[in-house]
Design a protein around this ligand. Structure first.
Ligand SMILES: O=C[C@H](O)[C@H](O)COP(=O)(O)O
Ligand SMILES: C=C(OP(=O)(O)O)C(=O)O
Ligand SMILES: [Mn+2]
Length: 446
């Protein structure tokens, strides 16, 4: 390990929030040793490419679409599931690119998104209290004492599940599934019959015409054959991220090779804490979630520590204020960070500030709030003359019933029909596409 990277004990000594309490230290050491022996999941050069793309976002020349599950599960690593997630991201990207004529940087919240910070360490059901579920990386979702014990072997399973997911994503995105000439084929099943499905079909028809025109004037159709899709997750469990941090042979610099992009969550962004320390050492492009308690000084200090060279593309601030607060809280933050001359990409997470509990007990979000936060984000950036650089969304390619609202008018009483998330409520495919059309409209005006 590069001497610049503190060892795990030193990191833990800094204080690390939201970590599992493993009962068996020897088993942790064994899992970490196993992970250290595994090959990288991504190549450092790919991370650099993503940094370059995010530099374009920082300059206002591209838009970031980051999306996927709140929490991936090991059981969810199936061909259908991965394909459906990819498909909705491709459809959204097409809508955004076409309607706004802006390059869209595609970043999946997948192939590693297995660890969850929680607001409480415990969960109580029918008078029984057990440790909270912290993601498949840590413990089991099943509500039993045995399942909820943190098991470090799960970190090894995270590696293998991420490898399978990434392998399939790479196959789909380079092997023809993501070919722009497939733009109609992505519009299948339940989406096709929806209002937003027909709107998409109209865009797809126009893209067809544009492709035919380009072919006629001699453009190489293979240009449209592949798509670049990157992976990302929250860097939460120190053992995993530390074991996957390696020295790049080209540059002799450390990269977290578990994902192209990793971010620090709202609950772990303490300036002198372990997560900020570890991510300050790696060379990947990174993000930090900024919630409503973030002061401009906090954001500036984070930028100085995480991006001391002020490299464009290195740092993305993902704001998640809530629809009711964004118009008040975002302006002073953006103003001061920009006045300090800091190079950051500004991205909106319109999900995490808008979660509430429905009367049925389900955690949910309303598409109206989600849209309103994104609108507020665009309004603030427009008034300050800064670039609204992207969206970070929890979504799925399936027809789930987790968030309310949208053109299908999903109501709170529908939530039980198909609520499958093991953590936060995700937009379903129709809601995701609807959001893409709304954001495309905002982008066009921006
Ligand atoms: O996204 C994940 C977080 O763990 C989540 O927003 C917190 O949810 P909780 O309040 O259910 O723990
Ligand atoms: C936990 C998450 O977000 P935040 O850190 O912003 O609460 C998340 O992205 O799932
Ligand atoms: Mn979440």
């Amino acid at each position: 390990m590069n001497p610049a990277i503190p060892d795990l004990a030193a990191l833990h000594a800094l204080g690390a929030a939201q970590q599992p309490s493993y009962p068996d230290a020897a088993a942790v050491d064994a899992a970490v040793a196993r992970l250290r022996s595994y090959p990288p999941l991504v190549f450092a050069g790919e991370c650099d490419r993503l940094t370059d793309k995010l530099a374009a976002v920082t300059r206002g020349e591209a838009f970031l679409l980051q999306g996927g599950d709140c929490a991936e599960t090991f059981d969810g690593v199936t061909a259908d599931n991965v394909r459906n997630k990819l498909r909705v991201l491709l459809q959204m990207a097409v809508v955004l690119t076409y309607a706004a004529s802006v390059p869209v940087v595609k970043l999946g919240r997948f192939a590693g998104q297995y660890a969850k910070p929680r607001s409480s360490d415990f969960e109580t059901r029918d008078g029984v209290t057990l440790p909270a579920y912290r993601g498949d990386a840590v413990n089991g979702f099943e509500f039993t004492e045995a399942a909820r014990i943190p098991d470090p072997q799960r970190l090894v399973d995270v590696y293998h599940s991420s490898a399978s997911t990434l392998n399939l994503v790479r196959a789909f995105t380079t092997g023809g599934y993501a070919d722009l000439r497939q733009v109609h084929a992505w519009n299948t099943d339940f989406v096709q019959g929806s209002a937003v499905g027909s709107r998409y079909e109209a865009v797809a028809n126009e893209i067809d015409r544009a492709l035919t025109f380009m072919k006629a004037i001699g453009a190489d159709p293979d240009e449209f054959h592949r798509v670049e899709m990157h992976s990302s997750h929250e860097a939460l469990v120190l053992e995993y991220e530390h074991a996957m941090t390696r020295i790049d042979s080209r540059t002799d610099l450390p990269y977290d090779v578990s994902s192209h992009f990793v971010w620090i969550g709202e609950r772990t962004r303490q300036l002198d804490g372990a997560h900020v320390e570890l991510l300050s050492k790696i060379r990947n492009p990174i993000g930090v979630k900024l919630g409503p308690t973030t002061s401009a000084d906090d954001a500036i200090a984070l930028s100085e520590k995480l991006n001391p060279e002020n490299t464009p593309g290195r740092l993305t601030f993902i704001t998640r204020m809530g629809a009711g607060k964004i118009r008040d809280l975002l302006p002073p933050l953006v103003e001061k960070v920009e006045a300090a001359g800091l190079q950051v990409a500004w991205v909106s997470d319109p999900m995490h500030g808008n979660t509430y509990e429905a009367s049925s007990g389900y955690k949910t979000r309303s598409l109206a709030d989600v849209t309103d936060e994104v609108q507020g984000f665009f309004d603030v950036h427009r008034s300050l003359g800064t670039w609204p650089g992207g969206i970070h969304v929890e979504l799925t390619g399936d027809d789930v019933t987790e968030c309310v609202g949208g053109l299908e008018d999903l109501a709170e009483m529908d939530l039980g029909n198909r609520y499958e998330s093991v953590c936060d409520p995700r937009l379903n495919r129709v809601q995701s596409l609807e959001l893409a059309f709304l954001v495309a409209e905002m982008l066009r005006k921006a």
